[in-house]
Design a protein around this ligand. Structure first.
Ligand SMILES: Cc1cc2nc3c(=O)[nH]c(=O)nc-3n(C[C@H](O)[C@H](O)[C@H](O)COP(=O)(O)OP(=O)(O)OC[C@H]3O[C@@H](n4cnc5c(N)ncnc54)[C@H](O)[C@@H]3O)c2cc1C
Length: 720
């Protein structure tokens, strides 16, 4: 070590080190939190956090494609099961029809993630996601029922951590539906704070001297639990007699519990907003299992929390983004076709600027969300486990879906409010808050995970410094803190120079058609990285509790991620002229959100004298924003494309089920478009040719059909 460095450590680093410890500035992170924070790995979130994203590298990441087999499955089996399912009847009967259950099992829908060698379909994350997306565009119940066995649960855990005997026994049974799984983590006093579960497993020796576990559990909100035959159970494992010689507390452990065992109570149900997928409490009293039932056997003891966090960090990027994108595409397709067909004040409502504004935003959001979903799945299929990107996807996709469904319902008016076979939106609307709550409730995901986990995992130096402080390693701390200081100075300069030049000083290496967006994203990233460090310096460990501040940082990171993914899609699709406005509006929306978040940070980061420089910076930021007002003409262009350009609408809302009522909306749209000239002539009171008359009549029949809403006799209404 150089003399200079030694001197630096002695005179500067050591006093700083001691001061941080003495003043309690070292953020306290429990082991449970550390495990959650360490789950997964860092992908392009790291580049965005670093303040200098390399778009050339980012754009070179693989983009997923469906295999022939996956495509065939989606075009045949998925199509078939959608055709077999009437979503309205599922709600009436409060279950999927028996033949649908059988079909799902027979065609291995419940084993998409299970490799072929175990009898599953062995689909990629993108293939599996595309199946869920299409199912969700037709029936949320169908999608959730298929999604759950393919997400965090027995199959996923066995694949990663199971013993060979466990895999050989369960995976073929899960693949063909002989076993129905559920995964039980949540409890009355352990929701978002899942690490505080109280369900227990006590180790004891039975009369034959064999080691057994006595389980007592009270779980709630467990999807599929009332019909599950195998329960993936998380419990706190205790060995009060120290039979294993590892002490009394063995930690959170996951086991597979045969639901037919004595003491398992599956008799009750929850009613999640009337959406009739199986969701229920699950109680166990003195349920006895063997030590071999622990996932991973003896080596799985105490590993449950790590297993769950690791799997959850990947799953967040697949399941809910798929259902949400399917629901968003449905909302956009329904709103666009209905807008063309529905007439008020003598014209198609799609021509009213108020409607066009909503349609334009729906189109841009669908484009953005589908891009981000696909990009993330590409990373997962390439072997990455991007924890922060997946949390961003979970939060953003479910929020976008909620907004999209509300926008589409506003457009449909009464037709979206009256439940029945003709209403494609109401049931999706009921499902939106469910997606918000599960797999990390959204408020927590926004305020704690996106930025909090990002700061620890994606920041190039923060976590290393914490560990060095914990270990009392002054030398390591010295290396990291000086690298950190250099990093802050670099980002400070970059942020300033890019701000002064409005991003123009950044020279993109490729993909020049999106050059301006790349420049602004580079500028946003530098500013974000610099301000994140400044906030850390100002607030210290308190930043963790200042969730309104960290939530805004999370918003900025999320927008940058989604926008980067959208640029990637534009490139992958061949930079299509017809997508330019979608891209433009999606990017403008994102930059506007970034401006809002920065303004909130500057305004609220600190009070009094300390806060003054930030308020001044906030004012400068306002004068030099990233975003700009979204022009009406752009929203109108997207809206016209959605209502008039069938190819463009179908490309944007691809992979949705087009049978049933959706098929009728599409047919009606075609009929109205074909009769366009005839309708105009009729309006002008000009005579129509025979063909035109025919086209007009057909269009009017379709229009009448689409305008119809369901109504019921008293007997039907009261379901007597
Ligand atoms: C329909 C449905 C299906 C489900 N399926 C399953 C399943 O199959 N298996 C399973 O184990 N669980 C399941 N869950 C449970 C689900 O994961 C939990 O509901 C979720 O973890 C939230 O817990 P909670 O509902 O108790 O809310 P709480 O934890 O009580 O949260 C209440 C609010 O506080 C917020 N919050 C909590 N902590 C923080 C924080 N630190 N900072 C900011 N905000 C915070 C949350 O975001 C939320 O808005 C399901 C839930 C539902 C509703």
């Amino acid at each position: 070590m150089s003399l200079l460095k030694n001197l630096r450590i002695k005179l500067l680093t050591k006093p700083i080190f001691s001061m941080i410890l003495a003043k309690g500035l070292l953020p306290s992170i429990s082991e449970t939190e550390k495990t959650a924070l360490r789950a997964g790995d860092v992908w392009i979130e790291g580049d965005l956090f670093n303040g200098k994203p390399d778009f050339k590298k980012i754009f070179s990441y693989p983009y997923p494609q469906l295999s022939d087999e996956e495509r065939h499955f989606i075009e045949h089996e998925v199509e078939e099961v959608c055709a077999m399912t009437s979503d309205f009847e599922v709600f009436e009967k409060r279950d999927l029809p028996e033949e649908v259950w059988l079909y799902l099992k027979e065609k291995n829908f419940l084993g998409m993630i299970i490799p072929k060698s175990y009898g599953g379909l062995g689909f990629s994350a993108y293939g599996h996601s595309s199946v869920i997306e299409k199912l969700a565009s037709h029936s949320q119940v169908l999608a959730i029922t298929v999604m759950v066995p393919n997400s965090l649960g027995p199959a996923e855990l066995l694949l990663h951590y199971g013993l060979d005997e466990q895999k050989n026994h369960y995976l073929p049974r899960l693949a063909d539906g002989r076993d129905i799984p559920c995964f039980a983590l949540t409890e009355p006093n352990a929701g978002s704070d899942a690490g505080s579960i109280q369900s227990s497993g006590i180790l004891f020796k039975d009369e034959n001297g064999a080691l057994k576990i006595r389980l007592n559990f009270e779980k709630r909100y467990i999807t599929l639990s009332a019909i599950a035959t195998v329960i993936g159970l998380a419990f706190v494992f205790k060995d009060p007699k120290n039979l294993l010689g590892k002490g009394e507390d063995l930690g959170i452990t996951c086991a597979l519990v045969d639901a037919s065992l004595k003491g398992v109570n599956q008799t009750k149900r929850h009613d999640p907003l009337g959406v009739p997928f199986v969701n229920a409490p699950l109680i166990g009293e003195d349920v006895i299992i063997g030590i071999d039932d622990i996932i991973g056997g003896a080596s799985g003891i105490g590993q449950g929390w790590a297993m769950l966090m690791e799997s959850l960090s990947v799953g967040r990027g697949i399941s809910l983004p798929s259902t949400s994108t399917g629901g968003t595409k449905l909302a956009t397709a329904v709103a666009s076709t209905y807008s063309l067909v529905r007439y008020q004040f003598g014209m198609s409502i799609g021509k009213f600027e108020g409607i066009m504004e909503v349609l334009g935003r729906l189109g841009a959001d669908t484009y953005l969300l589908d891009s981000a979903k696909t990009f993330t799945l590409g990373a997962i299929d390439a072997g990455a486990k991007p924890a922060v990107a997946n949390a961003i996807m979970k939060y953003q996709s479910t929020e976008k879906f909620r907004q999209a469904i509300m926008g589409a319902m506003d457009i449909q008016g009464g037709a979206a409010i009256s439940r029945g076979k003709n209403n494609l939106l109401a049931h999706a609307y009921f499902g939106a808050p469910i997606a918000i709550t599960v797999e990390g409730a959204n408020i927590m995901t926004r305020t704690l995970i996106q930025f909090g986990q990002g700061m620890i995992r994606c920041h190039p130096y923060a976590y290393g410094q914490i560990i060095a402080l914990e270990k009392g390693d002054v030398k390591e701390f010295d290396t990291l803190i000086f690298a950190h200081i250099t990093h802050v100075i670099r980002n400070g300069f970059r942020s300033c120079l890019l701000g002064l030049s409005r991003g123009h000083l950044h020279r993109p290496k490729e993909n020049r058609s999106t050059k301006r967006y790349q420049q602004k994203l580079s500028w946003a990233s530098a500013k974000f990285a610099f301000l994140a460090d400044v906030s850390l310096a100002v607030l210290g460990p308190a930043l963790k509790r200042r969730e309104s501040i960290s939530g805004r940082f999370g918003d900025i990171l999320a927008q940058m991620y989604m926008m980067t993914a959208t640029l990637k899609r534009f490139k992958e699709d061949g930079e299509l002229k017809e997508d330019e406005t979608l891209l433009k509006v999606a990017m403008q929306q994102g930059f506007n959100e970034i401006d809002k978040a920065f303004a909130g940070i500057y305004q609220n980061l600190a009070g009094g004298i300390l806060g003054l420089p930030f308020k001044v910076k906030g004012l400068c930021s306002k004068l030099n924003p990233f975003g700009s007002v979204i022009q009406d003409k752009d929203l109108h262009t997207i809206a016209s494309d959605l209502t008039q350009n069938n190819e463009q609408r179908e490309r944007l809302c691809n992979n949705i089920y087009q049978g049933g009522r959706m098929g009728e909306l599409i047919e009606a749209t075609y009929a109205m478009q074909e009769a366009k000239e005839a309708i105009a002539k009729k309006k002008r009171k000009e005579p129509l040719s025979k063909d035109e008359q025919q086209l007009l009549e057909t269009a009017l029949i379709w229009q009448k059909k689409i305008v119809e809403v369901d109504s019921y006799t008293k007997k039907e209404y009261f379901r007597c």
